[in-house]
Design a protein around this ligand. Structure first.
Ligand code: ATP
Ligand code: MG
Length: 310
């Protein structure tokens, strides 16, 4: 089983307008609501691929219940800790011309020490039965910034691998616990090593430097250009096929799920990167925060190339 943990999930609301006019009344054409959060997305993709998964994290109020509902309707098992304050709502305003949406993101609800204690107990219990635990996304207000460090230690102590997909201080702090895998995109990787990464050589060096800090598998994703992976002193370049892109939100989370789905079945890193790229590309072909579907992921699989580069 592969468990996921989302500390600060969101009800993602996409509001469609003809053209957003600031300081004016805008007529809404349609509204779509979905469950959002990096761990949640990874669980949904894992379920698509046929992996056993459970989504953990913190949820509260009717917005939290909505998320639980969406996941359960899709057959994704959930085991959230309930908090008193309401799960946040993130709003994306989408123009009809398909230009990038205007995002309005809440920081998220304040959580209590008691909720964090309960979450740690659930992670401990679940990690014992899991191949890996994927930790994803921003840290909820009220949680210490080294929370991922603690959670990764708990997962390791119970014999599970850990994956961290975060940014900024939570990623830096979490890396100090030597997670099995991280999947920063190129900007996140740059912030992590304190340098702007442009050339492939710079990305390879950054990935290797992160391996030297104790991370076993570093995958730096580069959107349509694919990803560079470093593991056990070897580096690989994975390149997705050119696809019709609609919205890349969730592509990174899909890539993490694809990689871990294969590694859990004892597949090779090459196969893992192939499925990761195919899942990321399939999600880039869907609307808003939707994730790629199994049939499309499998259709794209043979068009991904993986080469050893050093
Ligand atoms: N436009 C695209 N065309 C083909 N594949 C893509 C495209 N965008 C993303 N992918 C695939 O998905 C992977 C992850 O994408 P990306 O680097 O955008 O992640 P990210 O920035 O972490 O995304 P998010 O955090 O929104 O989930 C890429 O390495 C690539 O394989
Ligand atoms: Mg990402």
């Amino acid at each position: 089983m592969i468990a996921t943990v989302t500390l600060n999930p969101a009800l993602d609301k996409t509001v469609y307008v003809d053209k957003l006019l600031p300081h004016d009344a805008n007529r809404i054409i349609k509204i779509e609501s979905d469950a959002g959060g990096k761990g949640i997305n990874a669980s949904r993709v894992l379920k698509e691929l046929g992996s056993e998964t459970v989504a953990l994290g913190l949820i509260g109020g009717p917005t939290g219940s909505f998320i639980e509902h969406v996941l359960q309707n899709e057959g994704v098992r959930t085991d959230f800790v309930r908090i008193i304050r309401h799960t946040r709502t993130n709003i994306a305003v989408q123009n009809a011309d398909g230009s990038p949406p205007t995002m309005l993101n809440e920081p998220g609800p304040q959580c209590t020490a008691d909720a964090l204690r309960k979450l740690k107990a659930k992670v401990r219990e679940t990690a014992r039965k899991s191949y890996a635990v994927i930790f994803g996304g921003s840290v909820v207000p009220g949680a210490p910034k080294d929370i991922y460090h603690d959670l990764i230690h708990i997962a390791h102590a119970e014999g599970a691998l850990s994956v961290l997909d975060a940014d900024g201080a939570p990623l830096v702090e979490g890396c100090a616990a030597a997670p099995f895998m991280i999947k920063p995109n190129i900007d996140e990787a740059g912030r992590l090593v304190g340098a702007k990464l442009q050339s492939e050589a710079e990305i390879v060096n950054a990935a290797r430097a992160l391996c030297d800090r104790g991370v076993r598998l570093v995958v730096v994703s580069m959107g349509k250009y694919g990803a560079i992976a470093a593991m056990d002193g070897e580096c690989r370049r994975a390149t997705p096929p050119r696809v019709e892109v609609i919205s890349t939100i969730g592509s990174g989370d899909s890539m993490v799920a694809g990689i871990m789905h294969i590694l859990c079945k004892k597949g090779s890193l090459e196969q893992a990167l192939k499925l990761g790229c195919a899942a990321g590309a399939a999600t880039a072909m869907t609307n808003g925060a939707e994730i790629g579907k199994r049939d499309n992921i499998l259709k794209l699989l043979d068009r991904v190339t993986v080469e050893r580069i050093c």
